[in-house]
Design a protein around this ligand. Sequence first.
Ligand SMILES: Nc1ncnc2c1ncn2[C@@H]1O[C@H](COP(=O)(O)OP(=O)(O)OP(=O)(O)O)[C@@H](O)[C@H]1O
Ligand SMILES: [Mg+2]
Length: 324
Amino acid sequence: MVIILQTIHGSITVGSLSFLAGSFQRMQGLLQGVMRNFARVSEMALYLQDFFGFLALKPLSGTHTGQLKVPRPIRQGFEFEGVSFKYPNSEKWALRNLSFSLRVGEKLAFVGENGAGKTTIVKLLAHLYEPTEGRILLDGVDLNEYEPHDLRREIGIIFQDYFRYAFTVSENIAVGNIPERGNRPMIEEAAQKSLADEVIAGLPKKYDQMLGKRFSEGVDLSGGQWQKIALARAYMRDAQLIILDEPTAALDARAEHEVFVRFAELIKGKTGVLISHRFSTVRMADRILFLEHGQLLELGSHEELLAHDGKYAELFRLQAKGYV
Ligand SMILES: Nc1ncnc2c1ncn2[C@@H]1O[C@H](COP(=O)(O)OP(=O)(O)OP(=O)(O)O)[C@@H](O)[C@H]1O
Ligand SMILES: [Mg+2]
């Protein structure tokens, strides 16, 4: 099970980021396995920078020694209790006294300006960091109590800056679940579900097409095409919580709608978190959490927040008129 790639510390040059899942240690081992499969040494060298980035990753700042298995199925969901958070080496509060619940089966959207703290909440949910103050509970038990690898295995994250590997198409998709990298039917099914198959159909070597311009025979994709590949990674796993962190920034309106329809299918029956700047997308969630400067400003369904007539309602109306 695999994959978490994140520039957790600013010092790490993994490049941009990707799909988050299983364990770091196992990922490293598996990636070494994957890399051994690449015979040509000159190609290997191109991966090394990223690879050493993985080795440098430190997922947790604290001493996390939990032993509990994540409940399957999760019964209640996640609970933030007065959570405040500062990044290491930062004096600024990224989150301040945040309390809310993410109920099992619920689709919750986070909205707020750049830097409001949306992605930070996701990192805390995945236990990449621990709260500076307060606690996060899963089914009533502190996240610290859970076995870290197990926790990450159950949370799939598609980040806004997903990782563009200089691998083939099928390898790029298999990154969502590396032990299944040889399972072509599973990879093709994931690609169909994410609509990546339409992109792949147009590539000269289809699933064996090398991606990225670093190789002479490599083909680079547009932002929207890459996103469909990144979304396919999520279909390779069976996580209980799926988080989509603004995946559609590079998509046009029609492509965005398609991706969200696919995402809705992906999270059917699961707990989902959706981060987007587009209110037309956000309103599809059961509830919306409006963040401002790391603090919870408003929380409720789209209708409730419109009736509340606060900042969400104001911004929604502005965006509906095409002003924002
Ligand atoms: N690795 C980091 N180290 C230090 N500060 C950080 C780090 N990542 C984010 N921050 C800070 O934490 C705050 C919240 O950032 P976060 O990325 O959660 O915002 P966001 O709501 O996801 O924004 P966007 O809409 O631009 O994605 C910001 O002030 C940001 O500068
Ligand atoms: Mg963000």
